[in-house]
Design a protein. Structure first.
Length: 316
């Protein structure tokens, strides 16, 4: 008898007690009929150090269902680590990555699966067709980030891209083989290549709970992405140094010539202080850029594990 293909749905969770059951019920309805009903499937929840009843609810679901599995990390390692943990422990021939808040509609899984099977793609990824419902300032900075990183790096990040995607086993294994500590999954998905098809859908509000991403958190995440996939900021700091030195040299020549010809005494203390402060600020900016790269290098050389497993229902 031919063995059925399996789909694993990886779901990173951090304080999602209000949405876990709703997510599970919606996914199960999706697999009740249509092409997906011909697949074996399992849901792999990754509890990323939740402080609410997320893990308790996941355990209750796993107790009552054979296709629910979970991994619980020893603390909150962040979504990137949770994604890696889920992908590394997934077993399906196809692996879907989804959020538990139902902003990633499970009913798209059928279309994504058929696209891979019938059209030969290695991955079907999703993006929002609009940013409706998102604060304007946040939307503007997000679009600005995508423009910057696409102009200074060799990877291509699609504006509005979600983590929600369905991948073949080969692509997942390739991503898992990249064991860098400082992870930026959107960039890694693009870096490994493979044939990817994008599908759009309208932005959906989360079904319950509150977002765990603050504006500051997203800003730091964007900085991580730029540093992880581009060395242009380092080149830019060097360029600024050369440019300022050039104009400083022109300024010195101008002052010497002016003094020789007109004999003017040295004046302009306010402008001097302003210029010194400006140059000092640029120096600190360049040092900060270099420091960010050194910090990331420092973390990589420690060779710490990306996550630490506390408990799991998986049978090794």
């Amino acid at each position: 008898m031919e063995e059925k293909l399996r789909m694993t749905i990886v779901v990173p969770c951090f304080n999602e007690q209000e949405s876990i059951r709703l997510f599970h019920d919606e996914v199960e309805r999706t697999f009740c009929s249509g092409p997906l009903s011909e697949l074996d499937h399992n849901i792999l929840f990754v509890n990323d150090g939740s402080s609410d009843d997320t893990l308790l609810i996941i355990k209750q679901l796993a107790k009552n269902s054979d296709n629910i599995e979970y991994i619980s990390l020893s603390r909150n390692f962040g979504k990137e680590a949770a994604i890696f943990a889920g992908l590394e422990n997934s077993t399906g021939d196809f692996v879907a990555l989804m959020d538990a808040d139902l902003q990633d509609p499970p009913n798209l899984l059928e279309k994504m699966f058929l696209t891979i099977v019938n059209e030969g793609f290695d991955c079907v990824a999703t993006k929002r067709s609009s940013r409706k419902g998102e604060p304007l300032i946040r939307s503007w900075f997000a679009m600005f980030f995508y423009k910057i990183i696409n102009s200074i790096s060799k990877i291509n990040l699609v504006d509005g891209a979600r983590d929600f995607r369905l991948m073949t086993r080969q692509m997942v294994d390739s991503i898992v083989s990249l064991r860098e500590y400082n992870r930026f999954s959107k960039g890694l998905f693009s870096w490994v290549g493979f044939n990817v098809k994008w599908i759009e859908y309208e932005n959906i509000e989360r079904i319950a709970g509150k977002t765990k991403w603050s504006f500051w958190g997203l800003f730091l995440y964007s900085v991580d992405g730029i540093i992880a996939f581009s060395a242009v900021p380092l080149a830019l700091s060097s360029f600024l140094g050369v440019l300022i030195s050039f104009f400083s040299l022109l300024g010195i020549i101008f002052i010497v010539v002016k003094t020789v010809i007109f004999g003017d005494p040295v004046t302009g203390w306010p402008s001097l202080v302003t210029i010194v402060s400006f140059i000092g600020g640029l120096q600190l900016l360049c040092l900060g850029i270099i420091g960010q790269y050194l910090a990331k290098t420092y973390m990589e050389t420690k060779d710490r594990p990306i996550y630490i497993l506390k408990e799991t229902s998986l049978k090794k």
